[in-house]
Design a protein around this ligand. Structure first.
Ligand code: TRP
Ligand code: SF4
Length: 405
């Protein structure tokens, strides 16, 4: 493992724009983003090109979906003051990096990514035997690597994409990491840490390289990790110089598995638009209430007097997300001895969901009535993202011999 990548404090994540978001997105992704935005430097983007890979026949929906999705992010508490929010296609540097990485990516790596065959099977009604769809994970790699992100929060289905990103980065660094004057640049970088730290660094490096002292290697790495005043590029040089390898141009990211509970849908399956079992973040209160009142319960409980079994009931799964121990106890007993009716049982869920959605919908309506503000947030985010993306791309072009000035 490249320990230093894990230490990097930059988070990047993207979401395909596929329409209004629902409580599954909120519990599975957005709450996590909101938490991360306080702990890391965060970049979150709308993956509109990724949406095109599967929905190229309905491109008209994509822009609308992007704006709706961004409003839902903001409504859920993603804060543009803490996180940089942008749209993938508005940072065309992603595309150039994707192209350059495509030169070194073996076809077999893309064909072996599990989602490639899975999605083709699942979305049989679409023709996904396209070049763009095969390249989907590599585009994702470019999204991640162009920000030199250390941490990528994703769901389980995306871990293989981050894994491939690591392989692509490793291959890139191996092929192009030996920049000209590497040693001089590394030594200059060391001096930027101050005299004392530079000396310590050189001593530790020597102990590691001449005597194979791993303790010294770890100490030196720890030293680098605490340095605030050196650039990411310099830090990567110093890491590379320690091992006697070249510079790490594209650091390997780590997947951060979102451990948040699977959000059950109205039928007990995972909440997902394709199952038609969602509560949308913008469902009006009467719709939410109706959806919950009519959602299925333990099928064995036909009459009010029939005892039920929470383990067989999707409502019980919602209690696990929304209720405290006391309420859960009340459900368990009341259901099993027919002491409560199913509507009684649903009442606390209805209240909890409405309470959860109220501030979200309040914020959404503010942004909806001020599209200019939303556009400004995204414009600013795109600029900031482009600035970062350009820096990496400049290094990549140089490493690949594409400099004409
Ligand atoms: N492929 C991701 C998904 O379907 C979306 C995505 C695109 C992404 N680029 C990314 C996620 C980069 C994390 C990092 O959910
Ligand atoms: Fe489900 Fe609650 Fe009805 Fe029991 S009482 S069947 S847990 S809704």
């Amino acid at each position: 493992m490249t320990g230093f990548a894990a230490q990097q404090r930059r988070v990047l994540s993207g979401m395909r724009s596929t329409g209004r978001l629902h409580l599954g997105h909120y519990h599975g992704v957005l709450k996590n983003w909101v938490r991360l935005q306080h702990e890391y430097e965060c970049f979150f983007f709308a993956a509109d090109w990724h949406a095109l890979t599967t929905h190229y026949e309905q491109p008209g929906d994509i822009t609308t979906n992007v704006w709706d999705m961004v409003i839902d992010w903001l409504a859920a508490g993603v804060n543009p003051g803490s996180a940089t929010l942008f749209i993938q296609s508005q940072v065309p540097e992603h595309a150039e990096l994707h192209l350059l990485l495509s030169m070194i990516t073996p076809l077999g790596w893309l064909e072996r990514v599990p989602t490639y065959k899975d999605q083709q099977e699942k979305l049989r009604e679409r023709d996904l035997a396209t070049y763009g769809f095969l390249g989907y994970p590599l585009l994702q790699s470019a999204d991640i690597l162009i920000y030199q992100a250390g941490v990528v929060p994703v769901g389980e289905d995306q871990v293989s994409h981050v894994e491939m990103t690591r392989e692509v980065a490793r291959r890139f660094n191996h092929l192009y990491g030996r920049e000209p004057n590497f040693e001089e640049k590394a030594e200059a970088a060391a001096r930027k840490m101050g005299k004392k730290n530079a000396k310590l660094y050189f001593d530790l490096r020597k102990r590691y390289q001449e005597q194979g002292d791993h303790e010294a290697l770890n100490t030196a790495r720890a030293l680098l990790e605490t340095q605030q005043n050196i650039s990411i590029a310099d830090r990567e040089r110093l890491f590379g110089y320690l091992d006697g390898e070249g510079k790490v141009i594209l650091p390997e990211p780590q997947a951060l598995l979102t451990e948040s509970a699977r959000m059950p849908g109205l039928d007990g399956q995972k909440m997902s638009k394709s199952y038609g079992n969602t509560i949308a973040l913008n469902d009006p209160p009467d719709v939410v209430e109706k959806k919950l009142r009519t959602m299925p319960t333990d099928p064995a409980r036909v009459r009010r007097t029939d005892p039920g079994e929470p383990e067989k009931c999707p409502v019980w799964q919602l209690h696990q997300v929304y209720s405290n121990d006391e309420t859960r106890q009340w459900v368990q007993e009341g259901c099993r001895n027919a002491g409560i009716g199913c509507l009684d049982c649903k009442k606390p869920i209805i209240d909890a969901v409405l309470d959860e959605l109220r501030p979200i919908q309040q914020r959404a309506s503010e942004y909806e009535s001020d599209p200019g503000a939303v556009h400004a947030i995204i414009r600013e985010g795109c600029e900031k993202a482009r600035e970062e993306a350009r820096k990496t791309l400049e290094e990549v072009r140089q490493a690949m011999g594409l400099t004409y000035r």
